[in-house]
Design a protein. Structure first.
Ligand SMILES: [Zn+2]
Length: 219
């Protein structure tokens, strides 16, 4: 039985609800609105913990025709306590993840919405660096790299959405040899925005498979 919502499921639900409220503004035909609403509810329902009263209240609210964006935001807040958030990591835990980094810039925890984060990403603008902590094969791994100050419009390698991206050159240690290879990918400048656009784990996992240190090849 499902008792929680994952962060990327929450992003998916939020996206679906936003699409629905946008459709309400554009569609005058009540029958079509009903059809769009039914489809949205059908897509969201399997992701919700069925026994949760908050989830039931959310679904009841969602059944309202022409739900406003403000009302939708309030409804989504009902689901927040059901989301398994990204864990808060201590400075010590982070320095363990990024062993090689001296004077690691810390994430701004106070400004983070942990229920929206499938991975944690933050920029060290002064040093043109980006740090990522992400779930991979049942643990959290750290990826760091150079992050270009030049932002362009393009598709992000993590969330697969068109937006403001920049070139991320990750430095990864190749298997056993001690040599470093650099791999370039365009990813969202704002990792918090990226997380809100990340609605499944597959694209993140694919990205991590490409950039992570290749442990599995080691004998
Ligand atoms: Zn992204």
């Amino acid at each position: 039985m499902k008792t929680t919502i994952t962060t990327y499921e929450y992003s998916y639900i939020t996206q679906q609800v936003n699409n629905l409220t946008s459709a309400y503004l554009a569609v005058n035909d009540a029958q079509i609105r009903l059809a769009i609403r039914a489809k949205t509810i059908a897509q969201i329902t399997p992701l919700l913990p069925s026994e949760s009263l908050d989830a039931q209240q959310f679904l009841t609210g969602l059944a309202t025709d022409r739900l406003s964006r403000t009302a939708a935001t309030k409804l989504l807040e009902l689901l927040v306590p059901l989301v398994e958030p990204f864990p808060t990591l201590s400075t010590k835990q982070l320095s363990k993840i990024f062993r090689k980094v001296k004077k690691l810039k810390q994430p701004e925890w106070a400004n983070l919405q942990l229920h929206e984060l499938t991975y944690l990403g933050w920029n060290d603008g002064g040093n043109q660096k980006k740090y990522l902590v992400a779930p991979f094969e049942d643990r959290l791994i750290g990826i760091q790299g150079e992050f270009s100050p030049q932002t362009i419009k393009g598709v992000c390698a993590i969330c697969q959405t068109i937006g403001n991206v920049a070139l991320f050159l990750s430095t990864t240690k190749s298997s056993g040899l001690g040599t470093y290879t650099k791999k370039g990918n365009y990813i969202c400048r704002d990792s918090n925005q990226c997380n809100r656009q990340l609605t499944n784990l597959e694209t993140l996992t694919e990205f991590l498979t490409v950039v992570q240190p290749q442990r599995r090849n080691r004998k």
